[in-house]
Design a protein around this ligand. Structure first.
Ligand code: FAD
Length: 474
């Protein structure tokens, strides 16, 4: 006989979606059990956002030191102890995942380690626990996340042909790394390794790096990548690879013709062509929960599935696969279960790409605003005209703002430049609050700071930037 556990709320998966849902449900007085088959923290804390940003930051520091000659700083014999860098990165991960465990414990949430599968609309069985366990619930929140998509001909071996998890765990910096897929994970990881000394080649099937991102922003990043010696092959397909006596030889084919190189020699291959939802291992049919053709679980504003007491959040629920989107969805599902009026209806979900320079955007792009029937003004402000950017020697990029021509409401902000990842927060608040141009323009921004660029770009949209001769588009 399995051990039977009864709970008000069962959460499956303790990634950003699941652990936040559990904390919020417990905060609202619910009895909560979380089942996690691996370590708490999910993809984000263990093998995603956090370890990648640790590596990116360490690599950036190495690069900054190398480029600091102009400031009168020269470091002779700069050495990278990669094993130590990796250990530091794992230490950061450990602190955060340990913190999640503590938070769950402090909130009175029961954490069960094992893999859950539905056996009915009201119960799961958990395997991998010391004894078979059946958990019966009043409401369930499914938050099982995503996994990397495989490319035929490039089976992961965890050492030389790797997904993002493998690339973040390399034992040594590969001399030559071929990155298949020019999306954000490939470029972030590739840039970090380029700064640590790898010769990087990016192979991307579409005509732009970072497909789906405003090409205006991408151009700045692409220029910098090339400056760092990164080779980029666009409209090119990776077909397979062979072991060429130690090195790996990747066969590539440019769209339409074979004018470019037909092979890339490398020591490791990173395949980052997208992620797929983890819904196929849950026996969802036994709970009656439907998925779409790609395996995502359709949900309503409350994150309810077609089975009203079962909710789905995070990467499995469709939309952008981002930790902060999962966080908010987790809160919403927990609040609805606790009887609160809550809905997932953000005006914007920021997207951040930790390339060099960083990219961040929120709200509508110019084409999106026009497609939505809005007549718009565009304001732009370059970091090269900002005092703080100059003092930080990081002047590449700009802030671009889309505002309504008549209403002067802030519809969207896109940033490519230093600390774009943090600067976008002001834009999100402005969009979420329905701010107008004067709301941002009349807010005093501290000087000298990068944040002044956001205010100047907003002013530029109405022809009132003070530190640039920018004009509004007419
Ligand atoms: P996950 O974090 O994937 O968590 C799901 C959890 O469910 C996992 O712990 C898994 O073990 C568990 N699980 C699955 N099935 C079962 C089962 N049957 N029983 C029990 N447990 C189960 N996002 C950002 O916002 N910013 C970034 O900078 C960023 N960088 C990234 C970098 C990389 C390299 C990668 C791969 C991803 C990155 N992401 C980033 C995306 C982010 O990690 C995900 O969007 C986020 O983790 C999704 O959260 P989630 O809760 O939906 O799922």
């Amino acid at each position: 006989m399995p051990t039977i556990v009864k709970t008000e709320v069962l959460v499956i998966g303790a990634g950003p979606g699941g652990y936040v849902a559990a904390l919020r449900a417990a905060q609202l007085g619910k009895k909560v059990v979380v089942v996690e088959r691996d370590k708490p923290g999910g993809t984000c804390l263990n093998v995603g956002c956090i370890p990648s940003k640790a590596l990116i930051t360490a690599a950036k520091l190495v690069d900054k030191i190398r480029e600091a000659g102009e400031m009168g700083i020269t470091v002779e014999g700069l050495k990278v102890d990669f094993a130590r860098m990796q250990a530091w990165k794992e230490g950061v991960v450990g602190k955060l995942t340990g913190g999640v465990k503590q938070l769950l414990k402090a909130a009175g949430v029961t954490l069960v380690t094992g893999e859950a599968r539905f056996v009915s609309p009201r119960a799961v069985e958990v395997v991998g626990t010391t004894e078979p366990t059946r958990i019966e619930f009043d409401a369930c929140i499914v938050a099982t996340g995503s996994r990397p998509v495989q490319v035929p001909g490039f089976a992961f071996d965890g050492k030389r042909v790797v997904d993002s998890t493998g690339a973040l765990a390399f034992a040594k910096v590969p001399d030559r790394l071929c990155v298949i897929g020019g999306g954000y994970i490939g470029l972030e990881t590739g840039t970090a390794y380029a700064k640590l000394g790898s010769k990087i080649t990016v192979v991307e099937m579409t005509e732009h790096l970072l497909p789906g991102t405003d090409p205006d922003l991408v151009t700045i990043v692409e220029r910098k990548l090339k400056k760092k010696g990164v080779a980029v092959h666009l409209k090119t397909r990776a077909k397979g690879f062979e072991d060429a006596g130690g090195a790996l030889r990747v066969a590539i084919e440019a769209e339409g013709h074979a004018s470019g190189p037909s092979t890339v020699e490398c020591d490791a291959i990173l395949v980052t062509v997208g992620r797929a939802p983890v819904t196929d291992t849950l026996d969802l049919a036994r709970a009656g929960v439907k998925t779409d053709a790609k395996g995502f679980i359709p949900v309503d504003e409350a994150r309810r599935t077609n089975v009203p007491h079962i909710y789905a959040i995070g990467d499995i629920a469709g939309g952008p696969m981002l930790a902060h989107k999962a966080y908010r969805e987790g809160e919403v599902a927990a609040e609805v279960i606790a009887g609160k009026k809550s809905a997932f209806d953000p005006r914007c979900i920021p997207a951040v790409i930790f390339t060099d320079p960083e990219i961040a955007y929120a709200g509508l792009s110019e084409p999106e605003a026009r497609a939505a029937g809005r007549d718009v003004l565009i304001g732009k402000f370059a970091f090269s005209a900002n005092g703080r950017a100059l003092t930080a020697a990081e002047t590449d990029g700009f802030v671009k703002v889309v505002v309504g021509r008549e209403e002067h409401d802030i519809l969207g902000v896109a940033i490519v430049g230093p600390e774009a990842s943090d600067l976008i927060a002001e834009a999100c608040l402005a969009i979420e609050m329905g701010a107008l141009v004067p709301d941002v323009a009349l807010t005093i921004h501290a000087h000298p700071t990068l944040s002044e660029t956001v205010a100047e770009a907003v002013r530029a949209a109405v022809g009132e930037a003070l530190h640039a001769a920018a004009k509004p588009s007419r």
